[in-house]
Design a protein around this ligand. Sequence first.
Ligand code: ZN
Length: 109
Amino acid sequence: MAKSKWKPPKEALIGGMTYTIKTYAESKHLKSGWRRAGYVNFRTQTIHIQRDHPDDMKATLLHEILHVIFRQVEEDIGMDEDLHLNEDLVHAMVRSLRCTFKGNKIKLF
Ligand SMILES: [Zn+2]
């Protein structure tokens, strides 16, 4: 699998909150059989992106940002449902956003 040359920014301002962005090697979680392309630690406000995962790191970053946004939306409107934990919803949003931006020739990054 080819490594992406693109590097994510060191931090991202998401809904007024600063999240640190860190990358990690695949080997970090291999022992646990855990093969996520990325994850968010909401307590430390850190987004972790796997460097050598076959998924595009930009798509993974967008995916993790959406987890953060959905959590912020839940808090903003006092929603009981855990939207930010709904992987299908996050995947659908990433697909839809990428399609929309691509279809309108708007560069996402
Ligand atoms: Zn996810």
